[in-house]
Design a protein around this ligand. Sequence first.
Ligand code: F6R
Length: 358
Amino acid sequence: DKGDFEHFMLKEIHEQPELIRSLTQFYFHGEGLESLKKAGSFKPSKFHMTACGTAYYAGLLIRDFLETYNKIPCAPELASEFRYRNPLLIEGESGLFISQSGETADTLAAQELCTESKLKTLSIVNVDGSTLFRNCDNNLLIRAGIEIGVASTKAFTQQVLTGRLLSLALSDELSEESKRVKLTSKFSLLAEKIDHLISRSKEIKDIAESVYNHKGFFYTGRGIYYPVALEGALKLKEIAYVHAEGYAAGELKHGPIAMIDEDMVNVALVGPELFEKTVSNIQEIKARKGVILTIGPKDHEELEELSDYYFGIDFDGLEELSPIYINIVNQLLAYYIAKYKGTDIDKPRNLAKSVTVE
Ligand code: F6R
């Protein structure tokens, strides 16, 4: 049931704040705590993270958490590549699989390969009792509820957060109640700010109205904003059928900048990390007459002046979770561009909700 919403995708975008609150409650103060602690008690020498599509991009952020906070090497790879590559898998390492459905054929094959090589396997998955869930040694449920929109939205957010919870568990930060209470308020702040952000949808809709007819979009970001650039471009491609690419901001000058002209939009994702470097990349695109749509820190005059369109966000207190925030703006941007294009948003052409064949 879509309730008051025109599409399931929009409904699912709106569910995110509440899902974040209930995920935190479940893992910090509810029955999930034991399973989270159990997942954190096995510290592998390395993670092999495999997934497909949106789940893979969530996994890229999880890779950053595991390497930054746990100092455990994490090799991300698309499941469809990993399964046919003879990857080097050594006992003591662990396979980590991210999936909404738990039924994606390539991800299941990657899991089997890890099990055959005697690796312990862990999933971050939405569907309880799915094939992936049953085949893994251990699972962390993302508790996103049923996702009906073919374009994944809330699952991405819950996957990233569950990955962050895993990294907290691996560094034993969940043993004390007082720490868990502190973390709960951090996650509630995220939920609260997302509520506020969603209430500003009209601003995003207006930007979409101005840019939807442009011929192409480059989403750019650095560091933790790079996976979000990839995911933002994927969302736009799949529901609006517009050509879009996600690019590491520093890579543009190695080729694709040749494509920039006044009909190309650069969706520049600028969070608190690597700020100055990203700004200089925007200047390079501006010099080639690209249209600049920046999602960046609020009240930043220099950046606003440089941009044709600006959506400012208050990132205070949320540094490592700021990609989630930017990603929700991207979800709404893709949604409204698709709406102006008049596409079938919940059931985009050529796509199935879960890819159970190769
Ligand atoms: C994009 C999308 C797909 C899935 C991918 C993996 O919006 O939904 O890219 O993320 O097919 O599916 P799961 O997560 O079910 O393994």
